[in-house]
Design a protein around this ligand. Structure first.
Ligand SMILES: C[S@@+](CC[C@H](N)C(=O)[O-])C[C@H]1O[C@@H](n2cnc3c(N)ncnc32)[C@H](O)[C@@H]1O
Length: 150
């Protein structure tokens, strides 16, 4: 696996036997255990109507689960890999239009306005993104309003 410095170590096309197998693994992982994932998100304070930042949103399977679950949630997806951005766009477009936006970029060097979001979430990204946990957390916190959860 290539060393990508602050861009993270994960690239879907370099994982698994091929990119389609990796996408399918992510799809199954997003569905499997969603009830527990949701329970934890709500425990941390996620509520319908919030503006959520999803870091490393990949092909959009988790985004779809969130949008299906919360009818008034708005999700800003931040994803570094242009191929994943394209996949998420086509996966989400038919069903969820208007309630999400997908921004292509590196969370460590990001075009979002600071203090603009209510909740930050990065599913299955702990080893994918950036050098240290604290650097990541500080970065996520910068996007959130002072009362937000992360
Ligand atoms: C293991 S995948 C998880 C995808 C999705 N969260 C899920 O659970 O299905 C990690 C994702 O993080 C993205 N990623 C890695 N480094 C990133 C960075 N620095 N900024 C934004 N996204 C990043 C990868 O391209 C990949 O799509």
């Amino acid at each position: 696996m290539a060393d990508r410095g602050t861009e993270g170590s994960y690239k879907a096309s370099e994982m698994n036997t091929n990119v389609e197998a990796e996408i399918e693994r992510l799809r199954q992982q997003a569905l499997w255990g969603w009830d527990k994932e949701l329970r934890n998100l709500q425990w941390f304070g996620l509520q319908d109507g919030m503006a959520l930042l999803e870091v490393g949103s990949g092909p959009g399977f988790i985004t779809a689960q969130l949008l299906d679950t919360f009818p008034s949630l708005h999700v800003t997806c931040l994803e570094i890999d242009p191929e994943m951005v394209e996949r998420a766009q086509s996966y989400l477009a038919t069903k969820h239009s208007g309630r999400y936006e997908i921004v292509q970029g590196n969370v460590m060097d990001m075009p979002l306005a600071d203090d603009s979001l209510d909740f930050a979430y990065a599913k299955s990204c702990s080893s994918s993104i950036c050098p240290t946990r604290w650097a990541r957390c500080e970065r996520y916190a910068a996007f959130l309003s002072p009362a937000a959860s992360w």
